[in-house]
Design a protein around this ligand. Structure first.
Ligand SMILES: [Zn+2]
Length: 658
């Protein structure tokens, strides 16, 4: 753990112009934010009613009516505002800002005299406030509103929303604590990391201390949630919470004693984010060790190659080590987003690039798979294998959708994708007074403030299409240190330096290998980079990857990975019944950029065999006959783009021809 952690560069200092990411990021402003605004106002024909703006009007006393929606319906407004805040940081838009300001004013009017905000409890159950921390999601909802306020402040410089939410945060700090009325903590973590962010923009230490209180209390004996449920006036909200297990909400043990990632995956990673932040703020080694143990358990034993986590479709949770079924997992998009947030914190607390490898894997694969190329439909669940006709309640695969869904009654993943895309800039760099880390190779211009100096950093990149990018850093002072991530998949990594200015010949003559020392996964540059172009190149060809044989689901199978992207086989390219395919790993993989495929992707061709059907009639279920194989060429596309060409089978792991 570093004494002084690194931070992300504020989004309004970064302009992304990347050939891979920009088309996705632009969807936030052009498609997702306008669509969600219509949805929140119930103006989408045939869509499930949202009512969430209406709920605020009723809570503000400006309209008559009843609350409608889930107990955490307010989070849709919060996540929309957070996406808007992140988007405005990169793309100012007066009209959008005006609309958002009106929503913030409405939230202010719905705030109760003591600071409280929650439309469900205000309208429907005012006497039940804080009485159901297990299921009520009050603190969770407050957390998302606080995160939105912080993002809106960073995006626009306006403090009104932060002030509104600070009044609510003050009430929370007055209500929860050792010498306060309630000695509980949230059933769904989120308030913890939100209070820490609010502390960062307000400097109010009590927010940090209350976040610490919530984390320290979790898992103590007797279990708060089990005690709460025994109360005579306890009102159940969700039928699936019958037979509640503390494991589900990571309250089975005090957090410092937890060594394996358990329970609901989104809850888990949001909690771990706060644990990492607090470990740094209080320089608490025990808490940091717990973060490392939990991280290692996830990435070494409980994570899909796509960065998906939460392998059970039941309760969206972690299960056991190496249990990674491909067709019936949950792997919620939000959980991978939370994993990226946790990993980024760990990377910035340790300056260790190995965390970024996983962050990159989660963002480029599961997060991006969550949204269609046109930005109009979304996946919650991210399987690695789909047989569409079999995704049915009677096969217990009802949760697996074979096509992206338009919008959901409970819309957690789509706005979470929106805020992630709009805030991709936060992952590119880590910075502290010691210097700058380049984490992701995304084309951008960045104005960097460091130690009283300003630097202009420019990355030009066509990664991951090409494994090459350039970086230029201009400033009046010398940059103290520069670290460039060497991805775990990179081979023959090298950095060439050339002068920026001069004649063609003098630039050519200045060409030299830049010396560096690899330090925790970063190339630590040993020369002054001012006035130079650094050209970073490496090889990351499409390659076969195998899983530990203890992963039963993948034994005898391989998958194709190219740089950060996992590849998958689709029915559209390879015909139906992908389980009948074998891949020949002795034959080379051929990469081919295809401009008109999925808005331009590198596809990968492999040689293999397909089991022949001639000897089989539909009525013969079992026969004593040998298998016959025919030669085929198979085509794989990047996993995030599957299901952009209609319904069909998909399969990441393919049987290996031995
Ligand atoms: Zn979600």
């Amino acid at each position: 753990m570093l004494k002084k952690r690194m931070r992300s560069v504020p989004l309004n200092f970064i302009r992304i112009g990347d050939s891979f990411w920009k088309k996705h990021i632009d969807l936030v402003e052009n498609a997702i934010i306008p669509y969600q605004w219509e949805a929140m106002n119930d103006r989408i024909p045939d869509a499930e009613s949202s009512h969430c703006i209406e709920n605020f009007r009723i809570a503000a006393g400006e309209k008559e009516g009843k609350f409608y929606g889930a107990v955490f319906q307010d989070t849709d407004v919060a996540k929309w505002l957070e996406a808007v805040g992140c988007s405005l940081a990169g793309h100012p838009d007066e009209q959008l800002e005006e609309t958002a300001d009106e929503v913030i004013d409405l939230i202010g009017r719905a705030q109760q005299p003591d600071g409280y905000i929650n439309t469900y409890f205000t309208i429907q159950a005012p006497e039940e406030r804080w009485s159901n921390l297990t299921e009520g999601h009050e603190l969770y909802t407050a957390g998302h509103l606080i995160e939105a306020a912080v993002a809106y402040y960073y995006g626009t410089g306006k403090r009104k929303f932060v002030e509104i939410m600070s009044r609510f945060a003050d009430l929370i700090c007055e209500t929860f604590g050792e010498d306060k009325a309630i000695h509980g903590y949230p059933g769904h973590p989120e308030i913890e990391l939100a209070l820490i962010r609010l502390y960062e923009v307000t400097g109010k230490k009590q927010y940090l201390e209350t976040a610490k209180y919530f984390v320290d209390m979790r898992g103590g004996e007797p279990n708060y949630f089990l005690e709460e449920r025994k109360r005579a006036d306890y009102k159940k909200i969700f039928p699936e919470f019958e037979g509640y297990l503390p494991l589900y909400s990571q309250s089975h043990l005090p957090v410092r004693e937890q060594k394996t990632a358990e329970g609901h995956a989104v809850r888990a990673v949001y909690l771990y984010c706060a644990m990492a932040d607090l470990a740094y703020e209080y320089q608490a080694q025990g808490l940091f060790n717990a973060c490392e143990n939990l991280w290692n358990n996830i990435v070494k034993k409980r994570m899909y190659i796509t960065g998906g986590i939460g392998s059970s479709g039941l309760l969206e949770r972690f299960t056991t080590d190496y249990d990674l079924p491909n067709e019936r997992n949950y792997s919620e998009t939000c959980a991978s987003i939370g994993l990226a947030l946790f990993g980024m914190r760990m990377a910035q607390i340790t300056r260790d690039a190995r965390y970024v490898d996983t962050v990159e894997r989660a963002l480029y694969n599961t997060m991006l798979a969550g949204i269609a190329l046109d930005g109009k439909s979304f996946f919650y669940v991210n399987p690695l294998e789909v047989w569409p006709d079999n995704c049915l309640p009677k096969t217990s695969l009802e949760h697996v959708k074979s096509i992206r869904q338009k919008w959901f009654g409970v819309a957690c993943c789509p706005p979470n994708i929106a805020r992630t895309l709009a805030s991709m800039g936060q992952y590119i760099y880590s910075v502290s007074e010691e210097g700058l880390c380049v984490n992701l190779f995304i084309e951008n211009d960045c104005e960097l403030r460091l130690g009283g100096e300003t630097y202009l950093v420019r990355i030009k990149s066509k990664f991951p299409c090409e494994n090459r990018f350039t970086i230029q850093i201009a400033g009046d002072a010398k940059l103290p240190n520069l670290w460039i991530r060497v991805p775990a998949y990179a081979r023959s990594f090298q950095i060439i330096g050339t002068d920026i200015e001069g004649t063609e010949e003098s630039i050519k003559a200045s060409e030299h290998r830049v010396s560096y020392k690899v330090d925790k996964g970063y190339a630590h540059i040993r020369e002054d980079v001012a006035g130079k172009t650094l050209t970073v190149t490496f090889d990351a060809p499409a390659t076969f990857v195998r899983a530990n044989p203890l992963v039963r689901a993948d034994a005898g199978k391989v998958c194709i990975v190219r740089g950060p992207l996992v590849y998958t086989f689709e029915e559209a390219d390879n015909g139906e019944n992908l389980e009948a395919l074998y891949i020949d790993t002795r034959q080379p993989l051929v990469e081919e950029y295809q401009e008109n495929l999925l808005q331009g992707v590198v596809k990968v061709k492999a040689q293999g065999k397909r089991m022949q059907m001639q000897a089989w009639s539909e009525d013969a279920l079992y026969q004593e006959i040998p298998v016959t194989l025919e030669d085929i060429t198979m085509t794989a596309i990047p996993y995030p783009y599957w299901n952009n060409r209609g319904k069909g089978e998909m399969c990441v792991w393919i049987k290996e021809l031995l």
